[in-house]
Design a protein around this ligand. Structure first.
Ligand code: CUA
Length: 332
């Protein structure tokens, strides 16, 4: 019953995510979505029928066999083997049907076709990043995931901090992102379009903002997109590279660039200024401070903010740190 409820989950104001509230299940946009819906429908409607039958029998018997006189015995029945067999056997058959339907769908969803395209999905507080190892492309949570239609795609999902869960309701697919573990799911999107992605595991105060989207393109359009993406990254300046990292590495989830306070301090106009620290001392925001804050964020925490940032030691290369510094300078 969770899926119908989630289908009515409101997107936030200003979200770039396409969203049409629906009374029942969300759009079925992957090849196995209908299989999942059918299994759900069989279980659901059989439950509705049995619920109605049981309640009706209960009401009927309560009226028909009520005690009319003081001391009257209402039920002379001691036992009925045929009836007992029937009410065990028939539900047993239904349970077997549920099992076979559920198991077949589950296996279809677990085992990706061998020729699947591989994408790495990384969850972190509070965005998703997408990497295409075979194509040499990295995407940020803001751009979302881009995939070709009618092509099986295998996602290898992990997390760099806490538990998250990658959930695409329209594809009927969901998998936990667990630190230090890789889990996989796959899907084949049927037609071009856009579909919302949610984090389905409470991961802290930015959890509800951890939304993204999947954009499905025609295979030919997808090839064009890959080519343009590669060209763009080849001709990028250090500032542009820094901006891309700022979005893809999750910085934007906590640090605004327009002065708004999110989780951490805004970085607008901060380069070169002096900041009060939690321990009462102060520090100048320069290259060294940015470098130190990326490597060990807990070292010098700005007053009024909690030390929540994950360390980027080992996750950013030197040229990427320089690119981020160059980008932060442009925010002045
Ligand atoms: Cu990530 Cu909830």
């Amino acid at each position: 019953m969770l899926l119908p409820l989630l289908a009515g989950f409101p997107a936030q104001a200003g979200d770039a995510i396409p969203f049409t509230p629906k009374w029942w299940l969300p759009e079925a946009a992957s090849t196995f979505a209908h299989e999942v819906d059918n299994t759900f429908a069989v279980v659901y409607w059989l439950d509705v029928i049995f619920f109605a039958m049981i309640i009706a029998a209960m009401v009927l018997f309560t009226v028909k066999y009520r005690r009319r006189k003081e001391g009257q015995r209402t039920s002379p029945v001691k036992g009925n083997h045929a009836l007992e067999f029937a009410w065990s056997f028939i539900p047993g058959v239904f349970l077997l049907v549920f099992f076979v339907m559920g198991f077949r769908t589950y296996m279809d969803m677990q085992v990706a076709p061998v020729d699947s395209m591989n994408i790495r999905v990384t969850g972190q507080k509070w965005n998703w990043s997408y990497e295409y190892p075979e194509l040499g492309i990295t995407m940020s949570g803001d751009d979302g995931l881009v995939v070709p239609a009618m092509t099986p795609v295998r996602l290898t999902i992990t997390s760099v901090d806490v538990l998250h869960s990658f959930f695409v309701p329209d594809f009927r697919t969901k998998k936990d992102a667990v630190p230090n573990r890789y889990s996989t799911i796959w899907f084949e999107a049927m037609a071009p379009g856009e579909h919302p992605v949610y984090c389905a595991e409470y991961c802290g105060d930015g959890h509800s903002r951890m939304a993204s989207k999947v954009t499905v393109l025609e295979p030919a359009k997808f090839k064009e997109w890959v080519a343009s993406k590669k060209q763009a990254s080849a001709s990028m300046t250090s500032e542009e590279h820094g901006k891309q990292l700022f979005n893809s590495q999750g910085c934007a989830g906590c640090h605004s660039i327009d002065g708004t306070r999110i989780v951490g301090p805004s970085l607008k106009g901060k380069y070169g200024t002096t900041e009060q620290l939690a321990d009462g001392s102060s520090v100048t925001i320069d290259d060294n401070y940015i470098h130190e804050s990326l490597m060990s964020p807990g070292a010098k925490v700005v007053a009024g903010f909690a030390p929540q940032m994950p360390p980027y030691q080992g996750r950013l290369k030197d040229d990427e740190i320089s690119a981020l510094i160059d980008y932060i300078k442009t925010l002045n």
